[in-house]
Design a protein around this ligand. Structure first.
Ligand code: TXA
Ligand code: MG
Length: 357
C-alpha cells in the first residue's frame, strides 16, 4: 500500500484539500494517522467493525485491547453511549475538548470490534484543531489508538508514525509535534466513583476539584501482579519500550549519577552500548556512550513532551542499555512515572548515599 504523506497547517488554504482527502479515506473505511494534542492517533471509522479490524492489523495490536472513539462535537456523544452520569457531565464540561478520555456504557451502534468485546466504550473529544477538522469533515466518531506499532513508544511526530506504519495505512497527516507528548488521562465514569485507569495531563487533583472523590486503579504505579486484570486492558501490555533494557535509578542527585556511572562503566566494559536519560540540570554529571536530556527538572511538561521522542532516539542510536533518572509522582509527574515504569518493566534501583557506603 502506498501511504499518502501530507503536511497540514490550518492557516494555509491548501490544508482544506488535505482535510477533505483524509475525511474521504475515513468514510470509505481506510486508515489515516493524524496529530492530536497528546500523541498521533491512527484513525478509522469507529462504527465500522471492518475499519477497526484494519487498525488492529496495521498496529499488530492484540484484539482484546479496545480503541478510543474520538468526536468533534459534544452532541456526538449521545449516539455512542448509553448513559452519561452527572460526574461524567461535569468532567466533560470542565476538560473537553482536551486530553481526557472517559469510559461510558456503550450504545448498540458501537461495534464490539471497537471495544475489544467490552460493553463500555472509551470516548475523547480532542482539542487539536487538525484532529477536530478531520473528525468533523468525516462526520463520524473516529476510532484512534496511538499511531505506533504495538509495544513501541507512542508517536509524538509524523516521522515516528512513518517509521512504524509507512506502507500499512492510507495516509499520514503531518501537523507538527504533539504538544503534550503523553497519551490522554483515561477515567472510567461508568460506575459510582470516577476511577483513573491511565494517568495523563488531566490529573487526579484537577478532576477532584470538579467532582469530589476520584479513585486511581492501583495497577497504575506498581508492578501489576501476573494475575491482575487491569481495567484498561491496554495497561497490561508492555508499552513504550525501546529495544534497550531500561533501568530507573532513584535517590539523591549525586548518588544517582555515581551509581549510573558505575553501572554504565560495567555495561560498556562488557561491550554494551549504554545510554543515560538525564535532564538539563544533570546531563554533565554522566559518562556513557549516549547521554540525552529530557529537559529541565523544573518543567515537567517538557519532560513529558520529550519522553517518547527520546526512547525512540535511543533505539535509533542503537542503545542496548538505558539508565534513567526518576521524577516526582505529583500532579502530571504521575503520567511521566507511569510511562517510565512501563518502559523499564518496573526495574528500579535505589542509589545509596555516599555516606551510606
Ligand atoms: O491520547 C490518547 O488517548 C491517544 C490519542 C490518539 O487520542 N490515544 C491512545 O489510544 O492512547 P490507545 O489505543 O493507544 O490507548 C487506549 C487505552 C488502552 O489502554 C485501552 O485498553 C483503553 O484505552 N481503553 C479503551 N477502551 C476502554 C474501555 N472501554 N474500558 C477500559 N479501557 C479502555
Ligand atoms: Mg497506545
Amino acid at each position: 500500500m502506498k501511504t499518502i504523506l501530507a503536511k497540514v497547517d490550518l492557516r494555509q488554504s491548501e490544508s482544506a484539500e488535505v482535510i477533505r482527502t483524509a475525511a474521504k479515506i475515513l468514510q470509505e473505511g481506510g486508515l489515516v494517522a493524524f496529530p492530536t494534542e497528546t500523541v498521533y492517533g491512527l484513525g478509522g471509522n469507529g462504527l465500522d467493525g471492518a475499519a477497526c479490524e484494519k487498525i488492529y492489523i496495521a498496529k499488530g495490536r492484540p484484539s482484546d485491547n479496545p480503541l478510543i472513539l474520538h468526536i468533534s462535537e459534544f452532541e456526538e456523544l449521545n449516539a455512542i453511549v448509553r448513559e452519561i452520569s452527572p460526574a461524567a457531565q461535569k468532567l466533560m464540561d470542565a476538560f473537553w475538548p482536551g486530553p481526557l478520555t472517559m469510559v461510558f456504557p456503550k450504545a448498540d451502534i458501537v461495534p464490539l470490534k471497537a471495544t475489544g468485546g467490552l460493553d463500555t466504550v472509551a470516548v475523547r473529544f480532542p482539542s487539536h484543531p487538525v484532529a477536530r477538522a478531520i473528525i468533523k469533515a468525516a462526520g463520524l466518531p473516529i476510532a484512534a489508538p496511538s499511531a505506533n506499532s504495538s509495544g513501541k513508544p507512542s508517536p509524538t511526530r509524523a516521522s515516528h508514525v512513518e517509521f512504524d506504519l509507512n506502507g500499512k495505512i492510507d495516509m499520514i497527516v503531518d501537523g507538527g509535534a504533539a504538544e503534550w507528548g503523553l497519551e490522554s488521562t483515561i477515567v472510567d465514569v461508568s460506575g459510582d466513583v470516577p476511577m483513573i485507569l491511565r494517568p495523563g495531563a488531566v490529573t487526579k487533583e484537577m478532576m477532584e476539584e470538579v467532582v469530589g472523590r476520584v479513585e486511581i486503579d492501583p495497577a497504575i504505579l506498581t508492578k501489576p501482579a501476573a494475575d491482575l486484570k487491569p481495567k484498561a486492558p491496554g495497561m497490561k501490555y508492555t508499552h513504550y519500550s525501546p529495544k534497550a533494557e531500561v533501568v530507573l535509578v532513584k535517590g539523591e542527585r549525586q548518588a544517582v549519577a555515581d551509581e549510573i556511572n558505575r553501572l554504565a562503566a560495567l555495561d560498556m566494559s562488557n561491550g554494551k552500548k549504554t545510554g543515560v536519560m538525564a535532564t538539563e540540570e544533570t546531563k554533565d554529571l554522566y559518562h556513557a556512550d549516549i547521554i540525552l536530556s529530557l529537559g529541565s527538572r523544573d518543567r515537567p511538561e517538557q519532560i513529558g513532551a520529550n519522553l517518547f521522542k527520546l526512547l525512540r532516539k535511543f533505539d535509533f542510536l542503537g542503545a542496548e542499555k538505558v539508565y534513567s533518572e526518576v521524577f516526582s509522582e505529583e500532579g502530571e509527574g504521575m503520567a511521566i512515572m507511569n510511562r517510565l515504569n512501563k518502559a523499564a518493566g518496573y526495574q528500579m534501583i535505589e542509589a545509596a548515599k555516599a555516606s551510606d557506603s
